[in-house]
Design a protein around this ligand. Sequence first.
Ligand code: SF4
Length: 314
Amino acid sequence: MNAPTSTLNWTPAEENATDAAAKAVKIERETHKLEKRLCRQVGQAIVDYNMIEEGDRVMVCLSGGKDSYGMLDILLKMQQRAPVKFELIGVNLDQKQPGFPDHILPEYLRQLGIAFHIETQDTYSIVKKVVPEGKTMCSLCSRLRRGILYRVADELKITKIALGHHRDDMLQTFFLNMFFGGKLKGMPPKLVSDDGGHIVIRPLAYVAEKDLSRWAAHRAFPIIPCSLCGSQENLQRQQIGNMLRDWEKKYPGRIESMFTALQNVVPSHLMDHSRYDFKNIRTTGVPDADGDKAFDSEEFTVPTLPGLQLLPLP
Ligand code: SF4
């Protein structure tokens, strides 16, 4: 080793160079870990929900936001190493929002050398014409978008439609439904579309938004701003997002715990009698070590999640 054993003999320039080199090594290591984690989580979600099968033609819906860029990027990596062969087709719907830079996505996708399709439909004008000033445009806008994307999926002979929603979107949706919709209902990682004709998948289901932000910064994706339509982000979703971030700050690990809970549903311990036949419960006469101890207060064990700590009681 030629490195000096003491920094006392170093010039300030040498010290700066060493600091910068150490920082660069650390960033490279962290980025490598992030890439591995993203690939592992996307791969796990694909396997757990059988999202992609041999011969699939996957339509990767691209909005120009960090999430959909990240989804395409990771799916391209998965495609190289997956045991099954599948195709990826990038699709963007240009809704003719004012100022939409329509050259960015085609240039990016051409550079990648992947198959893509840009569908241009001026839904913006329709929405503006139909929805009274000051009213939210999102519901009509997304209904129109959905119909167009289903049609495009048919035309391109698509077998799976991939959307870039991530873990935090799913949790927010769960709380939105609970707080404002009176339902225990989230955002599924795989579903049949409302027209019954398409399978929709969410390969980023296990991925945290902050990881996607870091990945987008590292890969310098050419992000297209999402506020071009002039519509305000859903206020309730914003509030839920803030609440979750706040909880996570105060009680680290809570997001992971809640997300795990979405995968561990116990219908016999909820109250939906259409999901569990409470009316016909009968004694079994057989002791069950895992059975319910109705008279004891609930004990909580820490789920085996990396980095998850026992939460202090509020
Ligand atoms: S935010 Fe804009 S583009 Fe998105 S759904 Fe609402 S109106 Fe449509």
